[in-house]
Design a protein around this ligand. Structure first.
Ligand SMILES: N[C@@H](Cc1ccc(O)cc1)C(=O)O
Length: 348
């Protein structure tokens, strides 16, 4: 694969931005197996976004020859009060996360935060040096990376350490490509500002689209904004443990208005998940509704939907069927024990 093909592969959906494409191209010119990392908290049930869409993107990096690491941020989970802030529960659920990512991304390495901090004795001194460059005000504005806002009244001192720790993780893991969802871009922008001052290597950052929730969007200032697929709200998303019927039913009940291509979770799933895995998708429908039709790329499907040549009912049925093909082989190999399931539910 030549460098342009590698960069194109990394840029394809669900990627939303690469900061910058030029830097990524330069990186590949000097290093054919750069180090990638993506980090995540160990919190709720894994879903179509957190495991599958993220995992597929990681696999694009692997195909481009990149050395991929999945960083399970157990300490960040505790700091952010997830899973009741209980270390035993976090350790248990982290096993489930490890099994899941091994299945979807067999060629990526999984690293636990606690392991990194045990092994890298200089982490602590680097963290202190890094925080000398961070004002309290800037730290507060960066709390969105842990899903919190400045006026959250549960901010303790540990939470103020979280953003700096996330930045120092990048340095400690010798990362060339920092990968995350769009909700994490603030910390990567901060890294771009502060790392040069510390003479630390500045990574390229790659941000992917977060899959939206399946429900009707809230109307904000007349523009419809779809919510996030949430780990805690069972109806907002598709979970890996959902049965084939549950998957189809959730898609059939999703928000999907005729011709609406602006805010449409079913189209987003088609674009970011289904077309990522299939080169062609076939819609089966009776002759009287136009007969069967196949699409060999997302744009064709998008255009037909916008022009009302594809009805929401047919789109939903097709996306539901393809999602089952994607999810069921993973669900069948992944064991979500009652113990883990109960531990997660209890923490909501
Ligand atoms: N902030 C990330 C988790 C994370 C933690 C540490 C990292 O180094 C990277 C990512 C999230 O909320 O999903």
């Amino acid at each position: 694969m030549d460098i342009i093909e590698k960069v194109d592969l990394i840029e394809k959906p669900p990627t939303e931005e690469v900061v910058t494409r030029e830097e990524l191209t330069e990186l590949f010119k000097t290093n054919s197996s750069p180090n990638h990392y993506i980090g995540l908290e160990i919190s709720g049930f894994l879903h179509l976004g957190s495991l599958i869409s993220t995992g597929f993107k990681i696999n694009d990096f692997v195909k481009a020859g990149v050395n991929c690491k999945i960083f399970l941020a157990d300490w960040h989970t505790l700091i952010n009060d997830k899973l009741g802030g209980d270390w035993d529960t976090i350790s248990k659920v982290s096993k489930y996360y490890q099994d899941a990512f091994k299945l979807v991304c067999p060629n990526a390495e999984i690293v636990l935060g606690s392991k990194l901090y045990e092994e890298k004795t200089e982490y602590w001194s680097e963290l202190v040096k890094f925080t000398k460059h961070m004002s309290i005000a800037r730290t507060m504005r960066t709390l969105t990376i842990m899903g919190r806002s400045e006026d959250d009244n549960k901010i303790d001192v540990a939470k103020l350490l979280y953003p700096a720790m996330q930045a120092v993780d990048i340095h400690s893991l010798d990362v060339d490509i920092a990968h995350a969802g769009m909700d994490q871009r603030k910390i990567h922008m901060l890294v771009r500002e502060i790392f040069p001052k510390m003479k630390w290597k500045v990574p390229v950052s790659v941000h992917h689209k977060l899959l939206p929730g399946l429900s009707k969007p809230a109307d904000t200032d007349n523009s419809q904004v779809l919510g996030k697929m949430s780990k805690s709200d069972p109806n907002s998303g598709i979970f890996i443990h959902n049965t084939d019927n549950e998957i189809k039913k959730k898609i059939s009940k999703s928000w999907c208005e005729e011709q609406n291509v602006e805010s449409n979770p079913v189209l987003e799933i088609a674009k970011n998940v289904i077309f990522h895995e299939f080169n062609e998708i076939n819609v089966e429908r009776p002759e009287k509704y136009g007969g069967n039709v196949s699409y060999s790329n997302y744009n064709e499907l998008h255009t037909d939907f916008a022009e009302n040549k594809l009805h929401p009912g047919d789109l939903k049925q097709t996306v539901g069927n393809y999602l089952v093909k994607v999810i069921s082989p993973i669900r069948e190999k992944l064991n979500l024990s009652d113990e883990i399931s109960e531990a997660i539910k209890k923490s909501f």
